[in-house]
Ligand binder design. Structure first.
Ligand SMILES: Cc1cc2nc3c(=O)[nH]c(=O)nc-3n(C[C@H](O)[C@H](O)[C@H](O)COP(=O)(O)OP(=O)(O)OC[C@H]3O[C@@H](n4cnc5c(N)ncnc54)[C@H](O)[C@@H]3O)c2cc1C
Ligand code: SF4
Length: 448
């Protein structure tokens, strides 16, 4: 065992009222896990963490711990918090190596559930339902399981071997995985019910890139973040890359581009540094990796040579904010002129609820770039809801579901990003645990 893990575990005060647990969306029982670890009970510690959150090993690596468990640890008030993520990672990694799942015997299953999507939401539901004795089948449009964990978050932050280990654990529980199968395209939801599934879960996430809606967005050297991250190896971005948008996804894009050979990667943010929506730690890592930042810049148009950027400044009157994307002036009111150049005469820009900005007249300049990557968020695709009936969606296309995941169609449940919009892994796990309980109860009631 790494010495620093033990040293850190020994620093834990075993608080009567552990703030670390209160700070965690899934209330990870880290205090008890630490106690077990230090009393020769690493296996029990691992089981405790896994039963609470089957994605504990993933969360230990990519949760924003500084806002959650570690950010709440009492020791952090005056000094350094317990390094909870490293301890959780060590225990969970050990436990996953020993985990010996057993599948229910053929014919002994409680019921039959279909899970669409193998991201954090779908994987969580699959573990809980399979452990409760249901026969579970996962469908995913991709060839491998993991969703964003595999096709979005870069390898240097989350080694993909972990997802393969989770896949083996699911297979051990008898979960069938049907890859390369997009529900709503080759099969639809009605056909799943026809074939005897008692309940269907939708954990399809948000995979439609949001657009700036500006001239030049369809050019060959302009890409969307979520599409680029799917397989960065197939892109030849060139040396100079501009990333438009400054959230966590933009940081992943910028750091990935540097690791794939681009020499100068710059992130353009519509506002000041305080308007960056990425976690401070993600921005810090990006800077360490060599990513440059330019602030108060709005993209007006893209040309073959690069991006036309205008300066922005904050305005007091937020009611003038327009457009859907961050950093864009895209409301058709004349901010983008004719493709040969752009005008900043409209002077309105947006910060999507974070604050309002206006363009500084006459400030537009070409930022030369070999490639541009637009990283301003994702929304849901409509492939399932448009191929069946009865599943209500909200104005932004997100599936309407109650706290137990019940959608407006009987027997269809949903959680994760497709319900909440883009959030975090631990949030998808939190809601999906609850939904798994509701699905289990629904199937049992149905089967009498
Ligand atoms: C680049 C990036 C980095 C991120 N970094 C972090 C981080 O560090 N920490 C963190 O906590 N969160 C992070 N997030 C957010 C987190 O990954 C998501 O909140 C989480 O993955 C949502 O889980 P999900 O199961 O709802 O959806 P997803 O992970 O999106 O999985 C949905 C799955 O459904 C499949 N699917 C979709 N439609 C269909 C269909 N019709 N038929 C079959 N299959 C379908 C998809 O192929 C996919 O496998 C990041 C997100 C991105 C984009
Ligand atoms: S708050 Fe910190 S010190 Fe207290 S139990 Fe949690 S990890 Fe240990």
């Amino acid at each position: 065992m790494n010495k620093h893990i033990v040293d850190d575990a020994r620093r834990c005060l075993q608080c009567k009222n552990p703030l670390c647990i209160q700070g965690c969306p899934v209330e990870t029982p880290i205090k008890d896990a630490i106690h077990l670890l230090l009393s020769d009970g690493i296996q029990q510690a691992g089981r405790l963490l896994f039963d609470n959150n089957p994605l504990s090993i993933v969360c230990s690596l990519i949760c924003p711990q500084e806002n959650q468990c570690e950010g709440h640890c009492i020791l952090g008030k005056k000094g350094v918090p317990v390094h909870i993520s490293a301890i959780e990672q060590y225990i969970s990694d050990y436990y996953l190596s020993l985990y010996k799942p057993t599948a229910p015997a053929q014919g002994q299953e409680q019921g039959k559930a279909a899970i669409i999507g193998s991201g954090p939401a779908g994987i969580t539901i699959a573990f809980y339902l399979a452990q409760k004795g249901h026969r579970v089948t996962i469908y995913d449009g991709n060839e491998r399981i993991g969703g964003i964990l595999r096709y979005g978050i870069p390898e240097f932050r989350l080694p993909k071997g972990i997802l393969d280990r989770l896949g083996h654990a699911l297979a051990g529980l008898g979960v069938k995985i049907r890859p390369n199968t997009t529900i709503g395209a080759s099969l639809n939801l009605d056909e799943l019910f026809r074939d005897g599934f008692d309940a269907v879960f939708m954990g399809t996430g948000v995979w439609r890139p949001k657009k700036l809606g500006i001239q030049g967005e369809s050019l060959g050297h302009v890409h969307f973040a979520i599409e680029y991250l799917r397989n960065p190896d197939v892109y030849n971005l060139g040396g100079r890359v501009l990333v438009v948008g400054a959230g966590n996804v933009a940081m992943d894009v910028a750091r990935t581009a540097l690791r794939h050979g681009s020499s100068e990667v710059c992130v353009a943010c519509y506002g000041e540094e305080s308007a960056v929506t990425a976690q401070p730690v993600e921005m810090e890592y990006a800077k360490i990796d060599g990513v440059r930042f330019i602030f108060n810049k709005a993209a007006l148009a893209f040309t073959e040579e690069g991006a036309l950027l205008a300066d922005t400044r904050a305005v007091a009157d937020g009611t003038r904010a327009v457009a859907d994307g961050v950093g864009a002036v895209a409301d058709g009111t004349g901010a983008v002129a004719d493709g040969t150049g752009a005008t900043a005469d409209d002077t309105r820009a947006t910060a999507d609820g974070v604050g309002a900005f206006e363009l500084v007249p006459g400030s537009q300049q070409l930022y030369p770039a070999d490639s541009i990557i637009v990283a301003i968020g994702q929304g849901p695709r409509a492939v399932i809801v448009s191929s069946t009936k009865g599943i209500e969606v909200g104005a932004s296309g997100l599936v309407v579901a109650d706290d137990s995941g019940r959608t407006t169609r009987q027997g269809v449940f949903a959680s994760g990003d497709v319900v909440t919009g883009a959030r975090t892994v631990v949030e998808a796990v939190r809601r999906s645990r609850q939904v798994a309980g509701a699905m289990d109860a629904y199937i049992r009631a149905l089967r009498g």
